[in-house]
Design a binder for this molecule. Structure first.
Ligand code: GLN
Ligand code: ZN
Length: 769
């Protein structure tokens, strides 16, 4: 394939870069500041050093225009809240006293003041702090962070483009402030917000910005006509400003749909569009509006969310098509590189030939630069890169890690019936009641028990070789003995082994499944200074040996009460890993489901009568566009049923989800065909029970009665009152008694006291029935 050189030389750019530094220096500096060990000046110096190093690295790699303002001490949406002066009332004093401490108070709360709510940034695993707005919100521009960072980059002699959260997305991500009517629509504040953006843009222009990027990812979700009209109005206003940089409106994570014609017509100088997963839809929509004559198009052709090497020829083909559609086409990743780790070459434990299949932020940067060069100078100029790329892709496609014929044969042979229990729910409950002999309002927990320092020390001792496997396992058995004996004494009905052996609910399984890769340095920001290292679903998945059976059976050997087996479900395994880009997600889910099915069946064969398959991620991976949701929910629920469909009617399948709002997926929850579901509810005062009832949910449910996010011990009376509330919505035959999830993050004293109170509450109510 050859590409003719573009008329104007294509430029390489990125929208954002990992913030933490090679050795997570930023995390250390910020946490040191919180503990009083690092001064504000030292923190600022570390931050400026990291920003400078990132820009230099980008520039040396050949990126023509570096992003500024994407850096953050905690979160870029919180930075935007500061930029527009929307500091919540309760934080104003702290912010006024010390801007930095006030900033962290908004992010994390203090002894006296609650933080802003945190929620997921679209369908990524990054979390942002939700702006709180109301009719009385007064915006005021504070461009200092944006201007400072722009000047830093310009001082280094770099061409730089400030990146801001756009005004429409900012308002669409906001929620009504406490005390404001729940139906308050933050978008009604648009006309008040725009002059603030105008001021910031003018300041950036004065500081030397030629371009500014306004990120509007909210426009890839379904938007009402009114929201699209607001978008149109916003960009007509900003476009009409005379004292401003050129504007690049960026979208990512999905297709723009009806928002594309709105932006295409807007008086802005450029659009940045995602041409990875949504490539076809965005290409068609762009062609349908006649392209972007006179505008700059930044084409996100390198996937900013996966960790796989790009198919350069495929990207070049997309870029070739785009050349006819805009005045100038530049090359970028589909979104900020914040969502991928920094550098694949740091992975020393992964075989070098496999490292070449991977592209983290640094490698993606190189791909962007290569593509821009290819676009500007013709493919001949990047012949060496193209041939190396072809070799990497071929090595991956042909590797036995990628394709395991046995797994393929097994997945291909799956039938409808495999994903169905042998008896419908209504019939198997009788078998389960008879088999388990549980009281009304049975008590249980969600799986983990406090992860003590001893457990964590044992794990690091094992890793460091200070103890051997036998020594480690003996310590885990000791934990299990303690957990079982406590639960028996406390009088819980369905016990758990406590998950002491698990470092993390996904990683633990990933390490034992063939086809998964683990990274040593693949950290990605989850929120604030919390970074996670998602494992990589690299190839066809299989389970060489049982993963949890011996721990569960050991626990069961210590007690006559049923011990619940505990697994992470297939959807959550996908959601909290990096997924494959070479087969549909549904196929990967099915492979993981079959591996987990073997575990479920082995648990049952070993005498486990209750098995919980956690799916906390079922809702968070819902596609951004509602039109895509039925297909997703179809394969996701099928994967769960495939995992659990092989057990006898008398074996009880539980599932668990960590949230109180699930009205939009309650049908899908029913489709899981689980016997019992536990949900987080303590904070919402059993709202979930009412919601389940309102949707006619026919199965057993355990809304949490102990808020595990707080060290506070709920009294037996309090738990009793919550159960009474629950009973108003669900009949006693279908109500379970359990805490919210996450006991592993709590200490033993409050766990003990709370669970004892919870059992007392269940007994009180049973006595009244
Ligand atoms: N079984 C897990 C636990 O109790 C569930 C964790 C979760 O809900 N995220 O820790
Ligand atoms: Zn949970």
């Amino acid at each position: 394939m050859t590409t003719k050189p573009a008329a104007a030389a294509a430029r390489a750019t990125v929208y954002g870069y990992p913030r933490q530094g090679r050795n997570r220096e930023l995390k250390k500096a910020i946490e040191g500041y919180w503990k009083g060990r690092v001064t504000a000046d030292a923190l600022e110096a570390t931050a400026a050093g990291l920003r400078g190093a990132n820009w230099q690295q980008l520039a040396e790699a050949g990126v023509h225009e570096v992003p500024t303002g994407d850096f953050s001490y905690y979160d870029h949406v919180l930075d935007t809240t500061v930029m527009v002066g929307a500091i919540p009332e309760r934080h104003r004093a702290a912010v006024g006293t010390d801007a930095l401490d006030g900033y962290f108070a908004m992010a994390r709360g203090t002894q006296d003041v609650a933080p802003l709510e945190m929620t997921k940034w679209f369908d990524t695993n990054y979390h942002y702090l939700v702006p709180e707005l109301g009719p009385d919100t007064v915006f005021a521009a504070d461009s200092s962070k944006q201007v400072t960072e722009l000047k830093e980059a310009l001082t280094l002699g770099l061409s730089a483009r400030p990146v801001l959260v756009g005004p429409v997305t900012y308002l669409l991500l906001a929620k009504p402030a406490p005390g404001v009517a729940a139906d308050f629509d933050p978008l009604t504040l648009l006309d008040r917000l725009l002059p603030v953006y105008a001021e910031v843009l003018a300041d950036l222009r004065a500081a030397g910005a030629e371009w500014a990027q306004l990120d509007e990812p909210a426009l890839v979700q379904d938007r009402t006509r009114a929201e699209l009209d607001a978008t149109e109005r916003a960009y007509r206003y900003l476009g009409a400003l005379t004292d401003r940089p050129k504007l690049l409106v960026a979208s990512y994570f999905d297709r723009l749909g009806d928002a594309l014609p709105v932006l295409a017509k807007a008086p802005v100088e450029g659009l940045a569009v995602d041409f990875t997963e949504a490539a076809a839809a965005n290409l068609d929509a762009l062609a349908a509006v006649g392209g972007l004559p006179g505008k700059r198009l930044v084409a996100g052709v390198v996937n900013g969310r996966n960790i796989w090497v790009n198919d350069l020829e495929k990207s070049l083909a997309v870029l070739g098509t785009l050349l006819g559609l805009a005045d100038r086409v530049d090359v970028a990743a589909s979104c900020s590189l914040l969502h991928v780790p920094l550098d694949a070459t740091a992975e020393r434990d992964i075989a070098p030939q496999i490292v070449r299949w991977l592209a983290f932020a640094r490698q993606k940067t190189d791909e962007i630069v290569t593509l821009a060069n290819g676009l500007a100078r013709g493919t001949g100029a990047i012949a060496a890169e193209l041939s190396a790329n072809r070799a990497h892709l071929a090595s991956r496609a042909g590797s036995p890690i990628t394709v395991d014929p046995a797994v393929r044969a097994r997945t291909a042979a799956v039938t409808e019936a495999d994903a169905r229990r042998s008896q419908p729910y209504a019939e198997r409950t009788a078998a389960q009641r008879a088999h388990l002999g549980l009281p009304l309002l049975p008590t249980t927990t969600i799986g983990s028990f406090p992860q003590t320092t001893e457990v964590r020390t044992a794990r690091s001792d094992l890793r460091a070789g200070r103890i051997d496997t036998a020594g480690y396992e003996e310590r885990i058995r000791g934990e299990i003995r303690e957990v079982i004996s406590f639960q028996e004494k406390a009088g819980l009905d369905v016990l758990v082994h406590g998950e002491a052996e698990r470092n993390d609910m996904v990683q633990y399984f990933a390490e034992q499944l063939t086809g998964y890769l683990a990274t040593q340095h693949g950290w990605v920001q989850s929120y604030g200074t919390r970074y996670v290292r998602p494992p990589i679903l690299a190839g066809d998945i299989s389970r060489p040996a049982p993963m949890t059976v011996r721990w569960t059976t050991y626990a069961q050997s210590l007690t006559d009460r049923p011990v619940k087996g505990m697994l992470t479900g297939p959807v959550t395994m996908l959601a909290w890993s990096f997924v494959r880009d070479d087969q549909p997600l549904a196929d990967t889910a099915r492979q993981v489901a079959l591996a987990l099915r073997d575990e479920v069946n082995d648990l049952e064969a070993a005498g486990t009568s209750v098995i919980q398959v956690d799916e906390p991620a079922l809702r968070e991976t819902l596609p951004l566009r509602t039109a895509d949701r039925p297909v997703y929910l179809g394969w996701a629920t099928e994967a769960f049923r495939l995992t659990t469909g092989g057990v006898r009617p008398a074996t009880q399948i539980h599932t668990h989800m960590c949230y109180a709002e699930f009205g939009d997926i309650v049908e899908a929850i029913d489709d899981l065909d689980a016997d019992v579901i536990s949900l987080e509810a303590a904070r919402s005062h059993m709202q979930v029970a009412r919601e389940l009832a309102a949707h006619g949910y026919p199965r057993e449910a355990g809304p949490g009665v102990y808020d595990i996010h707080s060290p506070r011990v709920p009294s037996a009376e309090e738990a009793t009152a919550l159960l009474r509330t629950g009973l108003q919505a669900l009949p006693a035959e279908r109500l379970w008694v359990n805490p919210d999830c996450g006991l592993k993050t709590r200490g033993w004293p409050e766990t003990r006291a709370s669970l004892e109170n919870l059992v007392a509450a269940a007994r009180t109510i049973r006595g009244e029935l």
